[in-house]
Design a protein around this ligand. Structure first.
Ligand code: GLN
Ligand code: ZN
Length: 758
């Protein structure tokens, strides 16, 4: 009787981000398709071998994607939006890239499909477009080819497929409204065809990813699950694979599902181990004990204790696995030569996590003294961490423990603050502003790089940045904007910049995680109690303000966004981390105010991303999230104007929380939704001032004056004109100067025309 191990998926981008470079070279016409295919093949082989060498028993095939695994599934099902098809030609790699990016080396350009966030991660998937009349056929055989490839290498494998219900759930209805579930009878035959093809290849197990099981599922969807899995048949055994949370709430019906095994993400919720007795006796039970979401070394000794009894009871019915795919963690800790040894001893990346699985499985299979000692030794740094001064900061803890919740509230209500602020600033109606960043030109980026690499000393670097700020202020004055910004030239990224100046953070050199396609992020690590040793942005803001009589907004990233875009420590609740961040930012806000910065923007684009998977947990989250934001800025005078900015999200669900932030001004991404959001804000009785983004900064097109005037007049139908601001829908850092100036010139002109109409 022995426990086997498997991973649910492995990072595909490569230790040197080879896939990224190959994709970008291919898109730019610098690498041919054969070269790209070869890079993918080499990466797959290397990644399988690494897992095998680490001792993993069953290797995932089907976790590789050229852009995104949901898009791969859509193609497999023959789903190509009409605008991305090419004269009824076959689906090929360029079809895939046209859907993902709107263009590819061959074929005509057409708007890309929508990107959306993958559950509660920072990964983004391409949203399937569903039509009432959608037809399905096996359109893309990548999975089968990769199975052949792995089998030719003689590897022990399991196929990975995104399940039919999760794929449908993630899709968006286009055209006339209809019930997505009505597509199932047409969809399932393709799944059956795939299962048959896997059976022909002798594949024993297929991992059917159904992450939606961790959400609240309507009754019809539960029924659809039961019905769908009943339809599928054949010799390939199906491991139903939910992840990111618990499935305990599905237990009333889940054991009736026609599958041969179930995976439980115990790293997300270990209490699921208690569900085992309620599951069918013939099911294989895959226990996802190693986190695929975070970078901490696992406490293997503790898992061993938890699993020992189960091993005796369930024997080889148990598998050990990662909780979810390792896609969401960096690849290899071995590469991190710059990390402090102490911090390093607390971490495990994808390759190390495979070894963890093996260590644990071996100890359970053959528990002898040396193996148990090995587990103890492995977990020892975690025990040491608990008292490390790098982690525990008594000052931060004391400040938090005597925190007065009233500190989160502004002194006066918005109606009074608005009057006082108007007296101070004397802004015209339709005040114009921007979201913070200005174009990050090659020159700006190389200035930062040179400084980082030591080719530029601090004085020259400062001088370079000051010149950039001066230019940015000058351009804004020439444009006639009312509220200016310093432009954020000093920032690589809105989270890293702050993390680097705060205590409690650590950084990797190569800790890249795929966000989508060729895009990767390198999230900072929150390793200890957070505090701010010194002002972070004050000097830049003060310098910018010294150059103009117009107000310059201070520019900060909010506590939730810093939290959501980092790897958090897990020995404290997220709410506590948010509160620590909030207090550190509060110090910055107060220093900015004291330095004469009278408008301060605190960006929270990730407020919605932090939402838990299940609705019943939303309100508690929103409560502490809103409190953290308010804590960061509650200390300022009534005359100081607090702005916030949000983007990339559907706000509908969280409007009350957005109102509860009580920011004086919120700027939002609305340009692409034609202001439907404003109707919702009006209906929700949103009380404070709003800057609906009047043009889409994601496109290089210069917006027309008339178009922005129309949009703003529409906005004025919904909201009092004294509450409206005029601004783009996000920061301008990805744009070039010429189009930025042209767009802002038109925007300022739109505001001028509107003032004349009043
Ligand atoms: N202030 C940031 C900027 O302008 C905001 C970025 C964001 O919302 N993602 O770039
Ligand atoms: Zn934005």
């Amino acid at each position: 009787m022995s426990i086997q191990t498997h991973t649910l998926g492995f990072p595909r981008i490569g230790s040197q981000r080879e896939l990224k470079w190959a994709l970008e070279a291919y898109w730019a016409g610098q690498l041919d398709q054969a070269g790209l295919l070869e890079t993918g093949r080499r990466l797959r082989e290397r990644h399988w071998r690494w897992q095998l060498e680490a001792g993993v028993d069953l290797l995932p095939v089907g976790d590789f994607a050229w852009y995104d695994q949901v898009l791969t599934t859509s193609l497999m099902l023959g789903q190509v939006p009409a605008r991305h098809r090419q004269d009824d030609g076959p689906i090929d790699l360029d079809t895939l890239f046209r859907i993902a990016r709107g263009r590819a080396p061959t074929g005509a350009e057409a708007p890309a499909a929508e990107l959306s966030k993958w559950f509660n991660t920072n990964y983004h998937y391409l949203v399937p477009e569903l039509h009432q009349e959608s037809q399905f056929q096996l359109g893309w055989t990548q999975l089968l080819e990769e199975v052949d490839e792995a089998q030719a290498l003689g590897l022990p494998i399991k196929a990975v497929l995104l399940g039919p219900l999760s794929w449908l759930w993630l899709g968006k209805v286009k055209g006339d409204a209809f019930d997505r579930l009505s597509l199932l009878p047409r969809l399932l035959p393709v799944y059956q065809q795939l299962l048959d093809a896997l059976a022909e290849r002798g594949v024993a197990w297929v991992q059917m990813d159904e992450p939606i099981l961790t959400l609240d599922l309507p009754e019809e969807w539960q029924q659809a699950f039961l019905w769908s899995y009943e339809q599928l048949n054949g010799p390939v055994k199906r491991l139903l694979t939910p992840y990111f949370g618990s499935i305990a709430h599905q237990l009333p019906w889940l054991p009736q599902l026609a599958v041969q095994g179930l995976h439980l993400d115990c790293s997300a919720d270990a209490s699921q181990l208690d569900l085992l007795p309620q599951l069918p006796a013939h099911w294989q039970l895959s226990l996802g004990v190693i986190s695929g979401r975070n970078i901490w070394r696992s406490d293997l000794a503790n898992w061993y204790q938890k699993l020992r009894g189960l091993q005796a009871q369930y024997g080889d019915r148990l598998w050990l696995a990662t909780g979810c795919s390792l896609l969401h963690v960096p690849l290899d800790l071995q590469q991190e030569d710059g990390l402090e040894p102490e911090v390093r001893s607390w971490l495990a990346f994808a390759r190390q996590k495979c070894t963890e699985l093996t260590l644990l499985a071996q100890a359970l299979n053959q528990p002898d003294d040396s193996r148990l000692a090995q587990l103890q030794a492995y977990a020892a740094p975690l025990a040491a961490r608990a008292d490390s001064p790098r982690v525990q900061d008594p000052k931060v803890q004391a400040r938090l423990s005597r925190l007065d919740p009233a500190l989160a509230n502004r002194r006066s209500p918005f109606s009074l603050r608005q009057k006082l602020q108007q007296i101070r600033w004397q802004l015209p109606l339709w005040p114009t502003t921007t979201i913070g960043s200005f174009p990050q030109t090659q020159a700006v980026r190389s200035l930062r790089a040179q400084y980082r690499q030591g080719q530029l000393d601090a004085a020259d670097y400062q001088a370079g940045l000051k010149a950039e700020i001066a230019r940015t202020i000058e351009e804004q004055e020439a444009l006639g904007l009312d509220v200016l910004v310093h432009g954020e030239a000093e920032r690589t990224d809105m989270v890293e910049y702050f993390g680097q100046q705060l205590n409690g953070f650590a950084f990797t050199r190569h800790g890249w995680v795929q966000s989508y396609g060729s895009r990767c992020v390198k999230p900072p690590l929150i390793v200890g109690d957070i505090s701010r040793p010194a002002p972070m942005t004050v000097a830049w803001s003060q310098y910018a303000q010294s150059l103009t009589r117009k107000p310059v907004k201070g520019m900060l990233t909010g506590p939730l966004t810093i939290l959501c875009w980092s790897f958090p420590r897990e020995d404290l609740p997220r709410a506590t981390l948010a509160r620590q961040l909030a207090l550190a930012l509060r110090d910055e806000v107060q220093d900015l105010e004291a330095a004469g910065i009278g408008m301060i923007q605190i960006d929270e684009p990730a407020l919605r991303e932090g939402l838990p998977l299940r609705r019943q947990e939303w309100q508690p989250y929103l409560d502490w999230a809103v409190e953290a934001f308010k804590l960061s800025c509650g200390g300022v005078a009534d005359e100081t104007q607090i702005h916030t900015h949000m983007c990339y999200c559907e706000f509908g669900d969280i409007l009350p929380a957005i109102a509860a932030l009580d920011a004086d001004v919120i700027t939002l991404e609305t340009a692409r939704s034609d202001l439907t959001l404003l109707e919702e804000l009006k209906e929700g009785g949103y009380p404070n001032a709003i800057g609906p983004g009047v043009y889409d900064i994601h496109s290089p097109n210069v917006p027309q004056v008339s178009q922005m005037v129309r949009l703003l007049r529409l906005a004025a139908k919904h909201l009092p004109v004294e509450h409206l601001w005029v601004n783009p829908d996000c920061g301008l850092k990805t744009r070039g100067w010429p189009e930025t100036l042209a767009a802002l010139r038109n925007m300022v002109e739109a505001a001028r025309q509107l003032r004349q109409l009043e």
